[in-house]
Ligand binder design. Structure first.
Ligand SMILES: CC(C)(COP(=O)(O)OP(=O)(O)OC[C@H]1O[C@@H](n2cnc3c(N)ncnc32)[C@H](O)[C@@H]1OP(=O)(O)O)[C@@H](O)C(=O)NCCC(=O)NCCS
Length: 238
């Protein structure tokens, strides 16, 4: 075969490869990983170069494995998908079920001890720290795990348990245990988690009487009583 013939055939093979679904999968995969490297550099001041992120961020390695495993899972190769996921867990300490649905730009910082369950859904540009569980309570079948909106931050060690939604731009504090839906633009802290900020405002400063929770309503009433008593006391002391 002449050199020209060889080059012609190679060009034809490249063109044919570009028309296959595998080519699209590979280019999408590379794009996803590039985006994840970019977000890590944006969000972690400790990340100094692309090479450092690619070689030393276990959250990125877990996501690289997940992106392959998720594709296999979607095409019915569930066993090989699970094997990849378990291999990644062995090397990174991060367990992401291949069936989970994860958007663009997820940053898993530090990573060890992170568990993301099968029916979890994660929106775009979320950040998850070490020790986070997106899990089930054991009470549900079918959809058992939470859905995180876009730009959600889940602090170190937080547990988000059950098939409810965590709204966009929400922060879950380190160590919180979230057992019910959290509205968007809020901060939830504690065990069980309660919303302490909405759109940057402390919940105490909001109109609490419209909160449908009877315990919250009772706390609201008691707080007003205390405020009234404080006022009366300061009048007496004048
Ligand atoms: C919750 C968090 C995101 C701050 O969010 P924020 O909207 O700025 O909220 P604030 O700091 O104003 O805190 C609001 C209230 O929650 C309390 N709070 C904050 N973090 C808390 C936590 N982890 N557990 C319990 N209460 C917490 C604050 O003391 C404050 O209470 P106050 O209103 O009585 O003063 C932050 O404290 C946090 O937990 N980040 C996690 C970071 C992380 O995991 N890092 C790991 C790096 S390795």
């Amino acid at each position: 075969m002449t050199k020209e013939e060889f080059e012609k055939r190679a060009r034809a093979a490249r063109r044919a490869f570009r028309r296959t679904p595998v080519y699209n999968d590979v280019t999408d995969y590379i794009k996803e990983i590039k985006d994840e490297v970019k977000v890590i550099k944006e969000r972690d001041p400790a990340a100094k170069s692309n090479a450092e992120v690619l070689l030393s961020y276990s959250g990125l390695h877990a996501m690289m494995a997940y992106r392959v495993a998720h594709r296999l899972h979607g095409s019915g190769h569930t066993l090989s998908a699970r094997l990849i996921s378990q291999g990644a867990k062995f090397f990174t300490g991060i367990e992401i079920h291949p069936g989970a649905t994860i958007g663009k730009g997820l940053f898993i910082d530090h990573g060890s001890g992170v568990v993301i369950g099968e029916t979890s859904e994660i929106g775009d540009n979320c950040t998850i720290y070490q020790g986070v569980t997106l899990g089930g309570t054991g009470k549900h079948t079918g959809k058992r795990h939470p859905t995180l909106g876009n730009n959600v931050m889940v602090g170190a060690g937080a547990k988000v348990l059950g098939p409810f939604k965590v709204g966009d731009n929400t922060k879950i504090a380190a160590g919180a245990v979230v057992l019910e839906e959290i509205p968007e633009d809020s901060t939830a802290v504690g065990i069980p988690a309660r919303v302490v900020r909405v759109a940057g405002q402390r919940v105490e400063d909001l109109d609490q009487c419209n909160v449908p929770d009877p315990v919250e309503a009772e706390i609201c009433r008691l707080r007003r009583e205390v405020e009234k008593l404080k006022e009366q006391l300061s009048e007496i002391n004048k």
